[in-house]
Design a protein around this ligand. Structure first.
Ligand code: ADP
Ligand code: MG
Length: 246
């Protein structure tokens, strides 16, 4: 089924897929619907996020319901929070398979094409996870050495990395992905192009748990890249956000 939501500011959102959840008009509405923690709602307020953008209103419920997602939304529309909030919520909740205490290895993985972008995502994630005891790691040359220490490695909950860094860490045995339940490709048009595709496929293969939620975010997604993405996802919902004509 298709649905339009012209109510979301100047953004027009189109959703395709089966059983598309209702969009969330406010962050607070997620509290009752999905048991979003008051800690997380407080962190949103502190970050100055009072009202969800179009991609957030539509994308967050989809991810909170555990569905796979392809999200195409212009630059600056808040894609980062769209995937970080559901990850943080899933890792906080006490009662589901991905929702365990710390100490069981990497449970969420975000891949981005550049170090700078990975750095920004890491900062955003630290803000949203304030008050939690998780270890949220940005993989870089500097952290690669720390990872050899098993005590550090086993305590990492969320990893943000470029594909190259992560593949290097996998190959040296310094990261274990078999407990990953949430995998995000940000700027997916680049992640699925010739430069990164084989690395991304290696990472996906390393995420060996049978139940990995996958989400793909991009400002644009050429047909070829989208076809590759669709092949990686399980019954995904596809969201497209466009700026409405004025
Ligand atoms: P995108 O990845 O789609 O280009 P970002 O996630 O980088 O967009 O967000 C763009 C900017 O908008 C950031 O500065 C972010 O802090 C801000 N932002 C995101 N969501 C909201 C929101 N709901 N309310 C206010 N600002 C927001
Ligand atoms: Mg972005």
């Amino acid at each position: 089924n298709d649905q339009d939501s012209p109510a979301m500011g100047r953004q027009r959102v189109t959703a395709k897929g089966t059983n598309v959840p209702e969009p969330a008009e406010t962050f607070r509405s997620l509290e009752s619907r999905y048991e979003l923690s008051s800690l997380l709602l407080g962190n949103l307020e502190k970050s100055g996020y009072h009202q969800p953008t179009g991609i957030q209103a539509h994308g967050i419920p989809i991810l909170l319901e555990g569905r796979d997602l392809v999200a195409i939304s212009p630059t600056g529309t808040g894609k980062t929070l769209s995937y970080l909030l559901p990850i943080i919520s899933a890792l906080s909740a006490p009662s589901s398979s991905s929702k365990q205490d710390t100490g069981c290895g990497v449970r969420a993985l975000v891949l981005a094409p550049t170090r700078e972008l990975a750095h920004q995502i890491h900062n955003e994630c630290l803000k949203l996870a304030q008050g939690r005891k998780w270890k949220i790691m940005l993989f870089s040359k500097a952290t690669a050495n720390n990872l050899n220490d098993k005590n550090v490695r086993d305590k990492v909950d969320i990893v943000i990395s470029t594909p190259l860094r992560l593949v290097a860490a996998m190959q040296s045995g310094s990261v274990e992905l078999s407990n990953v339940r949430h995998l995000v490709l940000d700027e997916a048009d680049r992640m699925l192009d010739a430069e990164f595709l084989s690395q991304v496929q290696e990472v996906i293969a390393g995420c060996s748990h049978p139940n990995v939620q996958k989400a793909v975010f991009s400002a644009t997604l050429p047909a070829g890249a989208e076809q590759i993405a669709m092949g990686m996802l399980d019954n995904p919902i596809r969201l497209v956000v466009g700026l409405k004509d004025t």
